[in-house]
Ligand binder design. Structure first.
Ligand code: FAD
Length: 306
């Protein structure tokens, strides 16, 4: 069996694998795609000490760093269950079971899509999911935030300080965000809110976003707004369905972790976007992966020798 089995090969998984391997223990990293969400990213400007990189370049760098160590990289495999029995954890993969004395879960998350025409076509050409990443690209421009929950309103407040104008577009007839956020939002001069609006299309000129079309759900009228960017904030779904009943998760599916990355099951750790760790970012996931691997190592040295 492995000492540490890392499930997931994004920034959190790669960091966990490198930190575990540096302890000289038997380490494997399982991942359907080395790089994770980073592969879907164009420009990355907020990975501290790397002023500018791209998703594919960072994914290559993660792979190169993992390959510097004695880590079994098990690619194109998906984990479907996790069971712990008598200090040993078994993870079921596409091609069979793997056993380990400790596991780091780092299966990340995926943004919920609107599923409307133009969204896929203009992804990274004006359609974005991450205000912390892409806000500065829209300096002096008009944008919309789709979604009036906490993440949408936080994004709108954040963007209002960076861009020229923000329109919040919400499907329901009310904004569901916390009152304190709504009060701040209302105090901002460059934010409009449209409720009861069903986004029907992202409009563009072939190379970039030029606007957004929505249906006014009260009147049935179809309207358009001219803008340069659309921030979709209708939820981040953790890739944790496979952990049903195995470890404690929140109602939103995030794996509950403590400050060492420990989960509700001894020997099972977790890191990155699949967890309760706030602020889903590359640098934060990398730090969390390192923490979880060190947590796993601490756990192992407290067990009876295998
Ligand atoms: P992920 O990157 O999601 O990696 C999870 C890995 O687990 C993947 O390899 C996945 O294939 C694998 N996996 C999932 N389920 C299973 C399973 N059952 N079995 C095996 N493997 C599985 N952050 C920034 O800091 N700066 C940016 O500029 C930035 N831009 C972004 C742009 C876009 C378009 C997106 C989508 C995200 C962006 N982010 C950015 C966020 C950043 O990419 C994430 O916070 C980060 O990748 C999370 O790392 P992670 O390792 O926790 O998860």
């Amino acid at each position: 069996p492995y000492d540490v089995l890392v499930v997931g090969a994004g920034p959190a998984g790669a960091a966990a694998a490198v930190y575990a391997a540096r302890k000289g223990i038997r380490t494997a990293m399982v991942g359907s795609r080395v790089g994770g969400q980073v592969l879907d990213t164009e420009a990355i400007d907020n990975l501290i000490s790397v002023p500018h990189t791209t998703g594919p370049k960072l994914a290559d760098a993660l792979r190169a760093h993992v390959n510097d160590y004695d880590i079994d990289v098990i690619e194109r495999q998906t984990a479907s269950t996790l069971e712990t029995d008598d200090g040993m954890t078994t993870v079921r993969l596409t091609d069979g079971d793997l056993r380990a004395r400790s596991v780091v879960i780092a299966t990340g998350a995926r943004w919920r899509n609107l599923g409307v025409p133009g969204e896929e076509e203009y992804r990274t050409k004006g359609v974005t999911y991450c205000p912390h990443c892409d806000g500065p690209l829209f300096k002096g421009k008009k944008v919309a935030v789709i979604g009036g929950g906490n993440s949408g309103i936080e994004a709108a407040i954040d963007l209002a300080g960076v861009v020229d104008h923000v329109t919040v577009v919400e499907f329901l007839d009310v904004l569901k965000a916390d009152d304190v956020l709504l009060r701040t939002l209302k105090s901002l001069p460059n934010v409009d809110v449209i409720t009861s609006a069903r986004t029907t299309q992202i409009l563009g000129d072939g190379s970039k976003v030029t606007g957004l079309e929505y249906e006014d759900r009260t009147s049935g009228e179809v309207k358009t707004i001219e803008l340069a960017g659309v921030f979709v904030q209708i939820g981040l779904l953790p890739n944790t369905e496979w952990l049903e009943g195995a470890v404690e998760r929140t109602g939103r599916g995030e794996v509950v972790i403590d400050e060492r990355g420990g989960t509700s099951v001894p020997g099972v750790f977790a890191a990155g976007d699949c967890t309760t760790q706030p602020y889903k970012q590359i640098i934060i996931s990398m730090g969390a992966g390192a923490t979880a691997a060190l947590g796993a190592f601490d756990h192992l040295i407290r067990q009876n020798p295998a």
